[in-house]
Ligand binder design. Structure first.
Ligand code: GLU
Length: 443
């Protein structure tokens, strides 16, 4: 059977690393077995859902290269939810309830006060037909709950957490539909998972108790539940991520110069028993992707680690990948000379300035100026001008180490550090090199 996974964001905000990780793992689960990856926009909440967030989700997935095979929108599938609702109503698995928010709050407080778990007491099931008619005559429209079957424990073999067991009597019958007819998350999601043939639901562990409820919904609708896996949550070094979610979206990452491949390499393995490595080739990540390596402890997201992975990925980035973002004039050799010095591709412009100039003027003392004059004379152009220059100067001046290299680097680039001079000097070229040595020797 083809694996079909889905990523189901609610378009009420931008994606952040936590959502991106869920999207990635679903994408990987599908791609690893040539399955299908569906983007499902959970937009039944008309008030909180915004079109700009739908666009942003698409753009972010595109930037990350997590292309969905299909896109579905819950707001366009309401007829399906109605049909399922009617079916469940007919089989007695949904029932109307009339409590107001305040009444429910009060019930909860009383239960908590008595040290009891705040489980819905099924008061609505005690109402007679006459009670219901009277309520509706008073203009109170019902909301609707799914009636959990209390007969047997709910069990599943979770792809990350192993054997799971829930006592349904310890769960509230969930409200699935509001009095105005609008839908809450729970039922539409199960209906869609059935209709789209989802084989694997992989999501955060904050959904574990939803899974227990949804397993009963699948069964009540006459379907075999999919496989479920719940990954441990992602936390920041300093605790919950929610405090700085703004800085953890794709736009912020892109602005910081983080490559999508770095984010993906990191999120693919964070929280698993496999080491996070700067692997830019997704096929390698797919080969090693395995839910059984996922840990139960919260995974820690650390920006410094992401930056390290990013730097390592930039250092081996092929020219073709970098080229569209490089200043004009950097060819493949130029890129190879510069990239070991970069932590982001954008920094290439700063380094390229060392080739094209203008470079910062440096001041040298008398003795160094004499040395630089000798260098200018010794400079002879070949395929390896730097190596030739160094060996000549070493012999003729007796200088070595820093005294040999540093003044030359400073005169030729205006900097104390930078790209390997053996690679840089051919890019600077003979004319510019002579000009720079000439200027430096004059002080
Ligand atoms: N829209 C839900 C969420 O963002 C989807 C959960 C699920 O994957 O079923 O939490």
């Amino acid at each position: 059977m083809t694996t079909i996974t889905r990523f189901a964001p609610s378009p009420t905000g931008r994606l952040h690393v936590g959502n991106i990780r869920t999207a990635l793992h679903n994408w990987m689960l599908a791609r690893k077995t040539s399955g299908r990856f569906v983007l499902r926009i959970d937009d039944t909440d008309a008030e909180r859902s915004e079109e700009r967030f739908v666009d942003a989700i698409r753009a972010d997935l595109d930037w990350l290269g997590l292309t969905p095979d299909a896109e579905e929108r819950q707001s366009e599938r309401l007829a399906l939810y109605d049909a399922a609702f009617e079916k469940l109503k007919a089989s007695g698995r949904v029932y109307p309830a009339y409590e107001t928010h305040q009444e429910l709050e009060l019930k909860r407080k009383i239960q908590l006060g008595r040290g009891l778990p705040p489980i819905y007491d099924r008061g609505a099931l005690q109402l007679s037909e006459g009670d219901r008619v009277a309520k509706e005559a008073d203009g109170i429209a019902p909301h609707w709950r799914f009636k959990l079957d209390h007969d047997e424990p709910i069990t599943w073999d979770d792809g990350v957490r192993g054997a799971q067991k829930f006592d349904p009597a310890q769960l509230s019958d969930p409200v699935i539909r509001r009095a105005d007819g609008s839908w809450l998350y729970m039922l539409p999601s199960a209906v869609d998972d059935i209709d789209m043939g989802i084989t694997d639901v992989l999501r955060g562990e904050d959904h574990v108790s939803n899974t227990a409820v949804q397993i009963q919904m699948f069964t009540a609708l006459g379907s075999e539940p999919p496989r479920f896996a719940h990954e441990a949550l992602l936390v920041g070094k300093e605790g919950k991520l929610s405090k700085r979610l703004g800085s953890l979206g794709c736009d912020a990452m892109r602005e910081k110069g983080i490559e999508p491949e770095a984010l993906i390499a990191m999120l693919a393995r964070l929280g698993t028993s496999q080491p996070v490595e700067p692997i830019a080739d997704r096929h390698l990540l797919l080969d090693t992707f395995d839910l059984s390596t996922f840990g139960r402890a919260p995974a820690k997201f650390d920006d410094a680690e992401l930056e390290r992975v990013n730097t390592a990925i930039v250092h081996v980035m092929p020219y073709a990948d970098a080229e569209p973002r490089l200043p004009k004039g950097i060819d493949e050799d130029g890129w190879h000379a510069i990239r070991p010095n970069l932590s982001t591709v954008a920094e290439a412009s700063e380094w390229w300035r060392l080739v094209t100039g203008p470079i910062d003027a440096r001041e040298f003392d008398e003795e160094t100026r004499e040395y630089l004059a000798q260098a200018e004379k010794a400079l002879s152009w070949s395929d390896t001008p730097w190596q030739d220059l160094i060996s000549t100067l070493k012999e003729t001046t007796g200088r070595k180490g820093k005294a040999l290299f540093l003044p030359l680097r400073q005169a030729l680039t205006g900097m104390d550090h930078g790209p390997d001079m053996g690679e840089l000097l051919p890019l600077i070229g003979e004319d510019r090199a002579r000009e720079r040595l000439d200027r430096a020797k004059r002080g």
